[in-house]
Design a protein around this ligand. Structure first.
Ligand SMILES: C[S@@+](CC[C@H](N)C(=O)[O-])C[C@H]1O[C@@H](n2cnc3c(N)ncnc32)[C@H](O)[C@@H]1O
Length: 244
């Protein structure tokens, strides 16, 4: 019985992925930030810090796609003091994030509820964009990348943070055990939605390799595409630029 449930979330057909992802994030909204910090032992802050650092010399405004409860949007504002457009298709995530902004942050962080694969935003508008733990959730990643390219001004930069799979022997096996056996249990217990965390584990396992992500970014027109694994390859930071 349990196996069937697990498989249901793993084999989400592409045309149902958007609804599935939307439903799952709506279900875990209130516990999302807490679980993020708990399951990453607080390292997620450092990952976001490093992501934004790559955009420090960028002009605004900055677009934060798949912004969720706004942790990366806040980090962008903290480091750059630029205006940030925070986009997510899950209204509950944005609303929860908005309710936690300081008065000053609220003047600079502006939320847009919309689809990352069909951005409701004009072309060549942003000096930079960020995405943290979002690209894995897009149903059509190539479409997402081409939209990121479209809204970026010539010379603008992108910074994408995403989970990846460690390649170091032994650590790789331990991480896999954590991902599939421990994470869904703790995540499910605290959030009340185990399926969301089974999906998290499976989506990390089934996601493109770093090289494949870079190839797709280049195919979308980006140049200066690089990637940097962090924390033994648990996450990877991708950087890219729209030619000037
Ligand atoms: C794992 S959360 C990441 C939130 C945040 N960036 C962070 O650093 O924690 C992924 C977010 O992507 C959003 N998302 C997934 N697919 C999307 C899409 N097609 N368009 C807009 N947002 C999407 C979800 O609603 C969710 O809030």
């Amino acid at each position: 019985m349990e196996k069937e449930n697990k498989n249901r979330s793993v084999s989400v057909p592409i045309e149902e992925k958007k609804d599935f992802v939307h439903e799952k994030f709506s279900a875990v909204t209130a516990k999302y930030d807490f679980l993020n910090s708990l399951l990453s032992l607080g390292i997620d802050r450092l990952w976001r810090y490093k992501t934004v650092k790559t955009l420090r010399d960028t002009q605004g405004p900055i677009l934060d796609i798949c912004a969720g409860t706004l942790p990366l949007s806040r980090e962008v504002f903290r480091q750059t003091r630029l205006h940030v457009i925070a986009l997510d298709f899950c209204f509950d995530m944005l609303r929860y994030g908005l309710s936690r902004l300081s008065r000053q942050e609220a003047k600079f962080i502006h939320c847009v509820c919309g689809d990352g694969e069909n951005l409701p935003l004009p072309s060549q508008t942003f000096g930079g964009f960020t995405v943290a733990f979002g690209i894995r959730n897009l149903a059509d990643l190539e479409k997402g990348f081409s939209e990121m390219y479209r809204v970026l001004r010539p010379g603008g930069k992108g910074a994408i943070l995403e989970f990846s799979r460690p390649s170091i022997p032994v650590f790789k096996q331990i991480y896999r055990f954590y991902l599939h056996r421990i994470l869904p249990r703790i995540g499910g217990l605290i959030s009340g939605d185990k399926e969301a965390y089974v999906y998290l584990a499976e989506s990390i396992q089934g996601f493109f390799s770093q090289e494949e992500v870079c190839t797709m970014l280049k195919k979308s027109g980006f140049v200066d595409v690089t990637y940097r694994p962090m924390t033994f390859g648990i996450v990877t930071l991708y950087c890219c630029k729209r030619p000037g």
